[in-house]
Design a protein around this ligand. Structure first.
Ligand code: HEC
Ligand code: HEC
Length: 349
């Protein structure tokens, strides 16, 4: 009997030893490293023609009911491929309930939307078109409208071998979005051994981010996101806080949880949080320093941080060091057809 126990202990020990490299590797994966190559799904490979088509669709206001709004209206390349509205204004001046995320690097995010309700860029792309307060069009009608435009039919034939379909629209837009990737930030250059844009404030901020302020427990990995959901209490100081991830899972534990957003290029995409309620990065740091907003489901990692003014400034400096070069894309020329014309300005406001 005793021998059996001993044998068990040895076996468990062995199993743990074998496990260890795997655990270490996981730990490494969660460090804030350089971005890996863009993940491309097997059923939607990148081609130049598809990306060109996707760019036209992204900027074409004819995807909206009254030809006034394109994806770029809300995800504007001039403002970090997002916009500075607290929440968004869609068709006929209607105001939505959430702050728009950026599409820069969205290709790296496992979930799209604040509550993660779309599992891929393809699954996300059609949502805004038939959202009544965003582009306000029906998918049936978008397909009819684009099929009446010979320049689009030709391109869909070339790229997908079909006329215009919703599946093709989603795939082309997603392929275009996978090209909107930021270049190296001062932080990335520092990782590569080039400290020409690295500051001592950013360095102190990085240590706080990983240490006293424990930001990296959630903002982990190359995208500064654990690709998961947490409750910080955002919105719980107002009436009817949004239920967040709970909308998708119906799991009470998910009530008020939202996706951990990427912090790459975060200095560009104010205001912050899903409500757009914090205007500056300093405001967000103050929010964390207070421990978030109390509610029954507040994440255990949220508690007052007792940061000094200097420490708060250093954290902001670190986040500012995460701004990389932002892709600039010329507004495409749109194929002409019957019906309302496309806005040659791509729907930018
Ligand atoms: C009226 C403004 C508006 C328009 C038009 C719009 N979006 Fe958005 N977009 C938003 C808002 C607001 C969110 C966040 C909504 C949420 O999470 O519930 C969002 C989220 C996203 C996300 C997820 C980002 C993230 O961080 O999770 C992607 C990707 C995206 N939009 C792409 C598009 C594409 C492609 C189009 C055009 C087909 C488009 N959007 C049109 C406002 C808009
Ligand atoms: C418990 C996990 C967690 C911790 C710890 C955490 N964050 Fe967050 N962070 C999130 C989530 C989730 C959101 C989105 C919350 C929402 O809008 O409801 C967020 C949002 C943000 C935003 C706004 C991003 C945007 O696109 O609007 C910034 C900036 C930010 N965090 C920085 C920090 C800093 C700095 C720290 C450390 C002081 C920190 N975070 C600690 C999970 C976390």
């Amino acid at each position: 009997m005793r021998r059996l126990v001993l044998l068990m202990i040895v076996l468990v020990g062995l199993a743990l030893m074998l496990q260890q490299p795997k655990l270490l590797a996981q730990g490494q994966f969660m460090a804030n490293t350089l971005m890996p190559p863009v993940p491309i799904p097997a059923d939607n490979p990148q081609t130049d023609a598809k990306i060109r088509l996707g760019a036209q669709l992204y900027f074409d206001t004819r995807l909206s009911a009254d030809s006034t709004i394109s994806c770029a209206t809300c995800h504007d390349p001039r403002t970090g491929w997002a916009n500075h509205g607290k929440t968004d204004t869609g068709i006929a001046g209607q105001v939505g309930g959430r702050n728009s995320g950026t599409i820069i690097n969205s290709a790296y995010m496992r979930y799209q939307f604040w509550d993660g309700r779309a599992p891929s860029l393809e699954a996300q792309a059609l949502g805004p078109i038939h959202n009544p307060i965003e582009m306000g069009e029906t998918l049936e009608n978008v397909v009819v409208k684009l099929n009446a435009i010979p320049g689009y039919v030709e391109q869909f034939q070339e790229v997908f071998g079909t006329d215009v379909t919703t599946d093709g629209i989603a795939k082309a837009i997603a392929s275009f979005e996978r090209t909107i990737i930021s270049g190296p930030s001062p932080y990335d250059l520092h990782l590569m051994g080039d400290d020409s844009q690295w500051t001592s404030a950013a360095e102190r901020g990085r240590d706080l981010f990983n240490g006293k302020a424990h930001c990296s427990t959630c903002h982990s990995g190359p995208m500064f996101s654990d690709q998961s959901f947490h409750n910080l209490g955002v919105g719980f100081d107002g009436e009817n806080p949004n239920s967040g991830r709970f909308n998708e899972t119906n799991d009470p534990a998910d009530f008020g949880r939202f996706k951990t957003p990427t912090l790459r290029n975060i200095a560009l995409t104010y205001p912050y949080l899903h409500t757009g309620s914090e205007q500056t990065l300093m405001d967000v740091v103050d929010f964390y320093n207070r421990g978030g907003i109390q509610n029954d489901n507040l994440d255990l990692l949220m508690f007052p941080l007792a940061l000094t003014q200097q420490e708060k400034e250093d954290l902001v400096a670190f986040m500012e060091s995460l701004t990389g070069t932002i892709p600039e894309v010329p507004i495409p020329t749109f194929p002409e057809g019957p019906g309302l014309p496309a806005d040659p300005g791509g729907g930018l406001r």
